[in-house]
Design a protein around this ligand. Structure first.
Ligand code: FE2
Length: 411
């Protein structure tokens, strides 16, 4: 297959892409098609590596309103509604909703998904369902699964055993939720446990860390120290870290030294945390998003996640990373022209580092032909004009396509 006339990322020049046996065979201008070769002329659209959802909860996705809506809109009512839903969960229900969510994501150009899956459930039914789905969809979307203890590791009956069972079943990543544990000590112990478990099974780590407006919630320093001391370093990710928004600047300055030494990744979830945080504030209300700009300047890798798609914590969303990016750029005040132009890296290359996708993610000759075609000549225009993902390819296979909407102005 020959893809003609595309801008590779934000390159101002046009090039062509030849795909053979699911791989990028040649990338150069003015390639000619062999007889009978399928040709797609993109007329100056841009090509990017597939978008990456680096933080989502597919086990709860598309369950909003079942068994009831979250009326207060708080994180804690969300956890309560979800624990009621868990009582009636079936594997088929989880798989159907997760599959539908992945189809929405694929339609919006996503090819890699890191999903957290709640393992504070004696039956581990959601984990079982997601593991099956990971296998069933492996030719279309790469799904990475985090064993996520929503109700705590030390504060939930048999929490440690459930985590280890999830690791044995085939989870890719070990999670934790230290700020939700009964005590600060349990929180620290849960991080020690998670890092040791990851080392034992040779897995990555991704912790829901300090997702609270309490400026005293400082588990991120413990996680960073463990990442540094264990040598796991960039195999460790701190998700949310919303309390960092509220840390005093003297503490933040001391903290950023160990964050830099740890080489940890961060995932911010601007849609969901703007909605959930600041709920105990009157005015002024805090934004509830971590210090993205400062972490990037500190040399730490940061990506954005959607976090929730129509579930007890967040009632909206259709799996489009543009929404998370758009919100994040506003809330984090990253709206300089160059920042906007290059912002796709937050949901592509940066997220690829977090997921440890390695060199095979980049668009270059010899790599798997996984990419999207975006209906704009550069990312500033794509972002600004809400341009469609025309094609989404995984290893040379077309997994989703969109016809551009036609708008007419009648004056
Ligand atoms: Fe989350």
């Amino acid at each position: 297959m020959l893809i003609k006339n595309v801008h590779l990322e934000n390159d101002t020049e046009l090039t062509d892409i030849l795909i053979k046996d699911g791989k990028f065979e040649k990338i150069a201008p003015n390639l000619t098609a062999a007889p009978d070769e399928e040709v797609i002329d993109c007329n100056g659209a841009m090509v990017l590596p597939q978008f990456i959802e680096s933080h989502v909860h597919l086990d709860s996705a598309l369950s909003a309103g079942d068994p009831r809506w979250n009326i207060s809109g708080t994180l804690f009512e969300g956890i309560q509604v979800w624990s009621e839903k868990k009582e009636t969960l079936t594997k088929e229900d989880v798989k159907t909703r997760a599959r539908n969510a992945i189809r929405k994501q694929a339609a919006n150009g996503i090819g890699h998904v890191r999903t957290h899956v709640d393992v504070t459930d004696p039956t581990l039914i959601a984990m079982e369902g997601l593991l099956e789905l990971r296998e069933e969809l492996k030719d279309e979307v790469n799904v990475q699964i985090v064993a996520f203890p929503q109700e705590g590791i030390y504060s939930y009956p048999n929490g440690k055993e459930l985590m280890e069972n999830a690791a044995k079943m085939g989870a890719d990543v070990i999670g934790a939720i230290p700020h939700f544990e009964f005590t600060r000590e349990y929180g620290v112990e849960s991080l020690n446990f998670a890092v040791k478990l990851a080392e034992k099974y040779d897995l990555l780590v991704d912790v829901h860390c300090d997702e609270i407006d309490d400026e005293q919630s400082r588990f991120v320093e413990t996680l960073a120290a463990r990442a540094y001391e264990s040598g796991l370093k960039d195999r460790v990710t701190a998700s949310h870290t919303t309390a960092m928004h509220s840390y005093n600047n003297a503490y933040a300055s001391r903290l950023f030294r160990i964050l830099r030494m740890s080489e940890m990744n961060f995932v911010a979830n601007p849609l969901v945390n703007t909605h959930l945080q600041g709920r105990f504030d009157t005015y002024p209300k805090r934004r509830g998003v971590t210090r993205v700009k400062e972490l990037l300047a500190n040399g730490n890798n940061v990506s954005f996640g959607h976090d929730d798609i129509q579930d007890p914590w967040y009632p909206l969303g259709d799996g489009n990373m543009r929404d998370a990016l758009h919100m994040g750029l506003h809330v984090c005040q990253m709206m300089g022209y160059e920042e906007l132009l290059n912002s796709y890296k937050i949901i592509t290359h940066n997220a690829a580092k977090t997921l440890h996708l390695g060199d095979s993610y980049a668009i270059k000759e010899g790599n798997p032909a996984s990419f999207i075609v975006l209906n704009a000549d550069n990312f500033y225009n794509a972002l600004n004009e809400k341009k469609e993902v025309l094609y989404n390819f995984t290893k040379g296979k077309l997994i989703a396509k969109t016809e551009p909407a036609k708008k007419e102005v009648l004056f």
